[in-house]
Design a protein around this ligand. Structure first.
Ligand SMILES: *[C@@H]1O[C@H](CO)[C@@H](O)[C@H](O)[C@H]1NC(C)=O
Ligand SMILES: *[C@@H]1O[C@H](CO)[C@@H](O)[C@H](O)[C@H]1NC(C)=O
Ligand SMILES: *[C@@H]1O[C@H](CO)[C@@H](O)[C@H](O)[C@H]1NC(C)=O
Ligand SMILES: *[C@@H]1O[C@H](CO)[C@@H](O)[C@H](O)[C@H]1NC(C)=O
Ligand SMILES: *[C@@H]1O[C@H](CO)[C@@H](O)[C@H](O)[C@H]1NC(C)=O
Ligand SMILES: *[C@@H]1O[C@H](CO)[C@@H](O)[C@H](O)[C@H]1NC(C)=O
Ligand SMILES: *[C@@H]1O[C@H](CO)[C@@H](O)[C@H](O)[C@H]1NC(C)=O
Ligand SMILES: *[C@@H]1O[C@H](CO)[C@@H](O)[C@H](O)[C@H]1NC(C)=O
Ligand SMILES: *[C@@H]1O[C@H](CO)[C@@H](O)[C@H](O)[C@H]1NC(C)=O
Length: 703
């Protein structure tokens, strides 16, 4: 599920990442790094209001991009930015920002390019401070974050958690409101205490429909949502891979695998709650699942909600609104249907129409091309013709009203990356978006036995500790949600935090016993999948292969004879700890205590699915799931042959993040001739297990 397949391969030994990292000599970060890290933290504080820091105020008032234009390496980018600025076309402060609206996206790209092409860090910094003080806050936050992650001189920096920078998108309006009330009563009184608000998931106060109410702990988890946001910061759908050095990355394939795994993970969670497959979205009938976000934008505007059985016909959807003058979103249903038809035609005919001619899809690079086509990124062979289904589908299902004009938009939760996963419709939407890809794999024909066996290698046994999940109180600092006065700024006297119960699991170890006839290098993939459907019927693997979640993926040096591979749940490079909080980052910076390695570990966590959600919740009496393990021969990609894997400790642009030359979804991406065959592959193993849920950590230890 990861961008980060990289690291473990240090020397290709099976040493757990953990111990490898510990043994390595920790190196102190230098002062330059600490200064930049401090700048980033200061810039992102209270981003919704102009800063009171005197140095920021000074730069905000005096810096002049036009007269300093020689400090940028791309004059086209500077001129493009200045056009927006001089014509006063930037989104005003206070307005809601969303990259799902074309005019706002263009502004964000212009600002990102200006940041990206700043000649040195000093220029980038001045530009950023100026933009923070003068441009729209959402626009600044987005472009700045993308720039920090992509600029060579800042990509080692650790960003604070997005849910602490912008709490509005992560906590319900009731929580933000309580913070305001507390501030009005207690702010500005040199009060050093930290006030704690207990946050509940939606469904605590509102009588919500079943799916949203049962699954709100998953849909609204701040870690999962922040993971999704960062995937989109790292691989923005509009980023041109040639211009920004991504061209060697299998971006399209990663796109597909990322979403497929999100869908599979959600299905496992549904099973724990007695629900089955995600409802299929048929554009011809009203959309059943309603959504009530309980979220408010910082300017007070509510996130739009969607009623049950929302009618998506254009006539109903646009009733009483202008069709012609307010952009294309009113035509979303038409566009979704047109683009989908063309993509299906490409998949079944085997050819994509590019502007230069036909491109074959059933080729070595085919799944990557198709992924780019479906994401509709600048690497798409033909954006005009195949369009962005997901974009128009998000307008449609989000059920937001058409914008009044390009500066007054009311985006739905689906139209912000920070909140998209909160709406259950997200999963129906991407289920449908990925159908052409599933069809593509089916068209390639089933795997036969020789595609799966690894001669001479046999998995003899598998065992695992008991799998237990529990509710774990978590704290997040939401001080940034409250506007503060210059006095509060100086005294730093106001602190609010949120306490929220989040799922977690007890660490567990599992052991795989592998018999090998010889010394050989193997790739091991470990999956967790469903065992029975929601009615308790046996799962048919061929039909459920898209519901297996990759838990672990590593290279192992098999010895001749018996090998017992022991792995801990913490060893998987695909899952990460919670992102380092504002407070801990500040502490590390001020004390100078962080090492390069500790910052690197913090940074990785952004790109990893939260470890807390490694397991689905399960139930008190136990919910059945199954492990699936497969060992197959290690074959590096051509481009990996002479590379040092250790340098890919975290993802960054232009580096590859996979282990080997097999498809990311192997062996579940293609169908199989006979379901039974899966059980007949000696180098693989199924193991049925149960996941137990306990209310709190004390009960966990009694198990
Ligand atoms: C660049 O901007 C600074 C303000 O930050 C200003 O003092 C300086 O004169 C500008 N440089 C030029 C060459 O105009
Ligand atoms: C920035 O400098 C240009 C000259 O390069 C000048 O025309 C413009 O008025 C200056 N802008 C501000 C806000 O001072
Ligand atoms: C400069 O920026 C423009 C867009 O503003 C972009 O099209 C072009 O590729 C960039 N040039 C270079 C050399 O990066
Ligand atoms: C920006 O350019 C001016 C000259 O145009 C130069 O004096 C100044 O030092 C540069 N600033 C930075 C941060 O490079
Ligand atoms: C969350 O629920 C608890 C009771 O379980 C309640 O005391 C608290 O006020 C609720 N929080 C909010 C923000 O409504
Ligand atoms: C198995 O399928 C592969 C293609 O996936 C093909 O090359 C091979 O010949 C097939 N083997 C058998 C025994 O049918
Ligand atoms: C497999 O491992 C389990 C747990 O260690 C053990 O009880 C069982 O006997 C083993 N089975 C075989 C066939 O070795
Ligand atoms: C699984 O489903 C496939 C496709 O419908 C079918 O051919 C096969 O017989 C099923 N296998 C089992 C064990 O039910
Ligand atoms: C909370 O965040 C604010 C703003 O980033 C910071 O000033 C404050 O020290 C933090 N408080 C705690 C208790 O972490």
């Amino acid at each position: 599920m990861k961008l980060v397949f990289a690291l473990l391969v240090a020397g290709l030994s099976a040493v757990a990442v953990h111990s490898a990292a510990v043994k390595e000599q920790e190196t102190n970060v230098d002062q330059t790094f600490l200064n930049i890290q401090t700048d980033v933290l200061r810039l992102l504080e209270h981003v919704n209001q102009p800063s009171f820091y005197p140095d920021f105020v000074e730069i905000g008032n005096s810096y002049n991009i036009s007269s300093n234009s020689s400090n940028y390496t791309n004059q086209t980018a500077v001129q493009n930015f200045l056009q927006y600025y001089n014509y006063n076309s930037f989104l005003p402060r206070g307005a809601v920002f969303s990259v799902f609206y074309r005019e706002q996206l263009q502004q964000a790209i212009a600002l990102f390019r200006l940041f990206y092409y700043a000649k040195n860090y000093e220029t980038f910094y001045r530009t950023a401070v100026w933009a923070r003080q003068n441009l729209n806050e959402g626009l600044f936050l987005y472009s700045y974050t993308v720039a920090v992650v992509h600029r060579p001189d800042t990509r080692n920096i650790v960003l604070p958690p997005i849910y602490e920078i912008y709490p509005y998108y992560f906590f319900p309006a009731e929580v933000i409101q309580q913070a305001y009330i507390y501030n009005q009563q207690h702010g500005g009184h040199a009060n050093q205490e930290v006030y704690t608000i207990t946050s509940n998931f939606s469904g605590y106060y509102l009588n919500l429909p079943r799916e949203q109410s049962l699954l709100s702990y998953y849909l609204e988890d701040i870690g999962i949502n922040s993971y999704y946001y960062f995937f989109n910061v790292y691989y923005p759908f509009w980023l041109d891979s040639e211009e920004f050095g991504l061209q060697n990355v299998n971006r399209g394939e990663q796109y597909y695998f990322f979403y497929q795994q999100l869908l599979a993970r959600y299905y496992l969670e549904r099973l724990s709650n007695g629900l089955g497959e995600v409802p299929y979205w048929d554009t011809n009938v009203p959309f059943e699942t309603p959504y009530y976000p309980s979220l408010e934008y910082a300017n007070g505007l509510d996130f739009p909600s969607r009623p049950a059985f929302a009618n998506l016909y254009e006539y109903f959807y646009n009733y009483g609104q202008s069709w012609t003058t307010r952009g294309v979103s009113g035509y979303s249903r038409l566009l979704v249907n047109d683009y989908e038809r063309r993509i299906s035609d490409a998949v079944d005919s085997g050819y994509v129409f590019s502007e230069q001619g036909r491109v074959s899809l059933y080729s070595e690079n085919g799944r990557n091309i198709l992924g780019n086509l479906i994401q509709a990124n600048p690497d798409s062979p033909n954006y005009r013709y195949y369009g962005a289904v997901w974009l128009y589908a998000s307008h449609l299902l989000g059920y937001s009203p058409q914008p009044l004009n390009s500066n007054q938009v009311a985006p739905s939760a689906l139209e912000q990356f920070e909140t998209a996963l909160r709406d259950p419709a997200f999963y129906s939407l991407y289920n449908r978006v990925l159908i052409p890809l599933q069809r593509y794999f089916i068209n390639q024909g089933p795997y036969n036995r020789s595609d799966l066996v690894f001669p001479g290698v046999e998995i003899r046994n598998f065992s695992s500790d008991r799998l237990v999940t529990y509710d774990d109180p978590f704290y997040a600092n939401i001080t940034n949600a409250v506007f503060h006065s210059s006095q509060e700024h100086e005294e730093h006297d106001f602190n609010v935090r949120v306490q929220q119960n989040r799922l977690n699991n007890r660490p567990f170890t599992y052991r795989v016993t592998v018999q090998s006839e010889r010394e050989t290098r193997a790739v091991i993939r470990v999956f967790l999948g469903p065992r029975y459907d929601e009615y308790g019927r046996n799962i048919n693997i061929s039909q459920n292969r898209f519901n297996f979640v990759l838990l672990d993926y590593f290279v192992y040096e098999l010895q001749s004879g018996e090998n017992v591979i022991s792995r801990n749940s913490y060893d998987s490079s695909l899952y990460g700890q919670d992102v380092t909080s504002y407070r801990d980052l500040y502490r590390q910076v001020l004390s100078g205590s962080g090492s390069q390695q500790s910052f690197a570990r913090s940074r990785q966590n952004y790109f990893r699915f939260p470890q807390r959600f490694l397991l689905p919740r399960g139930s008190v009496q136990g919910t059945p799931y199954q492990f699936y393990v497969i060992a197959y021969p290690y074959q590096p990609r051509e481009s990996q042959l002479n590379q040092d894997f250790r340098s890919y400790f975290y993802p960054y642009v232009g580096k590859e993040q996979f282990y080997d030359s097999y498809s990311l979804g192997y062996p579940f991406d293609r169908p199989i001739v006979f379901d039974q065959l899966f059980y007949d592959v000696p180098n693989s193993y199924f193991y049925e297990t149960q996941v137990y849920h306990r209310e709190n950590i004390n009960a966990v230890h009694q198990d």
